[in-house]
Design a protein around this ligand. Structure first.
Ligand code: PLP
Length: 379
C-alpha cells in the first residue's frame, strides 16, 4: 500500500456491531481478564484506539511496530530512558527541540547519564562519540534554522559501533522523510504537530522494531504517558488526511520561500527546498519533500511590529496546523538562552519561523508583503 491508502485504512477498525467504517471509541478502563489472552488497559498502551493509530504510524514510518503517547516529550523521554542508564553517554545535537535539550541538561545528571552536545554535521556527531556512547539523538530538519542532518552517514556509523539511534522526525513528518529506511533505529514524533495537524490535541508517537519496542513499552507502562482513547480517535481522524495536508503545506512552503527569497525586505531564507540552501543536497537524498516549515530574517525592521501587522498568519508557538503560524524564536523557544548563546547558534532577534498552513499561497504571500510594507512606512 502507498502512503495515502495506509493513512486511511491501516489500523482502522470497523465497528463489528454496525459495520460502521470508523474505529469506535473504546472508553473502558476496565476489561474482562478471563475473555482475552491479553489484558487491555489504557496505561498498557494496548486498547483498540491506541492500537489503531500505532498501526498507522508504524506503516507510514516503514517500521515493524508503533506506539502512541500523551505527548511528544513523553515519547522522547521514554525512548531515551529505555536505552540509557547510569554511567552511559549520549551524543545529542545542540539544535534539538528545547524540551529534549532541557531533559538532557537538567535531568541526565540526576540519572548519572553523561551527554555531549554537538553541531549538526555527521562529522561533528561522530566526533562526539566515546566508548561509553549508548545513544545518538538527532533531529532533521532542525528548529528553527532547518539545518539538514546526514541521517544515513550517522546511522551507518552507529550501526557499526552498536549505538542506538533516535531521530525526532516531527518537522519532516513521515510523508517527507522515513528515517528507518536510512538505518535509524527509533523514530519519535511530536504528534501534536503534523500528525494531529489541527492545533487541537497533544500526543507523541514512536516507530521502531519489535525488539526496540519491547523495552520502550515496558518502561512506558510504568512511567504512564498514555493517550486517552477519545484523543486517539481525533488523532486517527487527522492521520487519515496527513498526506493531503503535508503535501499541500510543502507546496505552499516552497512558494512562500521563493517569494521571500526575492523580497527586498528579507535578509535570508532558511528552507531545505531552496537550491542555494546549505542542506539542500543532503535533503534531496533523504527527503521526498522539503516540508512546511521555513525561517527567515527581515532587514532593519522590528520583527515584533511586523508580526503584529500580519492578518492571516497568526503569532503562535507550536506548528504543523492547518492554519499558518509564526514565532520569533528569540522570544519563545530560545528565550531562556543568553543573547550571546543565541547569536552563537544563529538565532538572531530578527529571525522568524513560519509554519505554513493550508491557506492559498497567494494570500499568504500577500499577507507577508503587506505587513513588510506597513512596517517600512511607519518606521
Ligand atoms: C513540539 C515538539 C516536541 C515536543 O512535543 P510535545 O508534543 O509538545 O511534547 C518535540 N520535538 C519537536 C521537533 C517539536 O516541535
Amino acid at each position: 500500500m502507498k502512503n495515502k491508502t495506509i493513512a486511511i485504512h491501516k489500523g482502522t477498525l470497523r465497528d463489528s456491531k454496525t459495520g460502521g467504517v470508523n474505529t469506535p471509541i473504546y472508553t473502558s478502563s476496565a476489561y474482562d481478564y478471563l475473555k482475552e489472552e491479553e489484558t487491555f488497559y489504557p496505561r498498557y498502551f494496548n486498547t483498540p484506539n491506541q492500537d489503531a493509530v500505532a498501526k498507522k504510524i508504524a506503516a507510514l514510518e516503514h517500521a515493524e511496530t508503533g506506539l502512541v503517547f500523551s505527548s511528544g516529550m513523553g515519547a522522547m523521554s521514554t525512548s531515551i530512558l529505555a536505552f540509557a542508564g547510569a554511567g552511559d553517554h549520549l551524543v545529542m545535537l545542540d539544535a534539538l527541540y528545547g524540551g529534549t535539550h532541557h531533559f538532557a541538561t537538567e535531568w541526565f545528571p540526576h540519572f548519572n547519564i553523561d551527554c555531549t552536545f554537538t553541531k549538526t554535521t555527521a562529522d561533528d556527531v561522530i566526533k562526539g562519540v566515546t566508548p561509553k556512547t549508548k545513544i545518538i539523538v538527532i533531529e532533521s530538519p532542525t528548529n528553527p534554522l532547518l539545518a539538514v542532518v546526514d541521517i544515513k552517514k550517522i546511522a551507518d556509523f552507529a550501526k557499526e559501533k552498536k549505538i542506538t539511534t533516535i531521530i525526532d522526525n516531527t518537522f519532516a513528518s513521515p510523508v517527507n522523510q522515513t528515517p528507518l529506511d536510512f538505518g535509524i533505529d527509533i523514530v519519535v514524533h511530536s504528534g501534536t504537530k503534523y500528525l494531529g495537524g489541527h492545533s487541537d490535541l497533544c500526543c507523541g508517537m514512536v516507530a521502531c522494531s519489535h525488539e526496540k519496542m519491547d523495552r520502550i513499552i515496558n518502561l512506558a507502562r510504568v512511567l504512564g504517558p498514555s493517550l486517552d482513547p477519545r484523543i486517539c480517535y481525533l488523532l486517527e481522524r487527522s492521520m487519515k488526511t496527513l498526506c493531503l495536508r503535508v503535501n499541500e503545506q510543502t507546496k505552499n512552503a516552497m512558494e512562500v520561500a521563493r517569494f521571500l527569497e526575492l523580497h527586498p525586505d528579507i535578509a535570508g531564507v532558511y528552507y531545505p527546498g531552496l537550491e542555494g540552501f546549505e542542506g539542500h543536497e543532503i535533503a534531496k537524498r533523504q527527503m521526498t519533500g522539503f516540508g512546511g516549515m521555513l525561517s527567515f530574517e527581515i532587514k532593519d525592521k522590528d520583527p515584533n511590529r511586523f508580526v503584529e501587522e500580519l492578518k492571516i498568519i497568526s503569532p503562535a508557538v507550536s506548528l504543523g496546523g492547518v492554519e499558518s503560524t509564526i514565532t520569533s524564536p528569540s522570544v519563545t523557544s530560545h528565550a531562556k538562552m543568553s543573547a550571546g548563546e543565541r547569536l552563537r547558534i544563529g538565532v538572531t532577534d530578527s529571525l522568524l519561523r513560519l509554519s505554513i498552513g493550508l491557506e492559498d499561497a497567494d494570500d499568504l504571500k500577500q499577507d507577508l508583503d503587506n505587513a513588510l510594507k506597513k512596517v517600512t512606512h511607519s518606521s
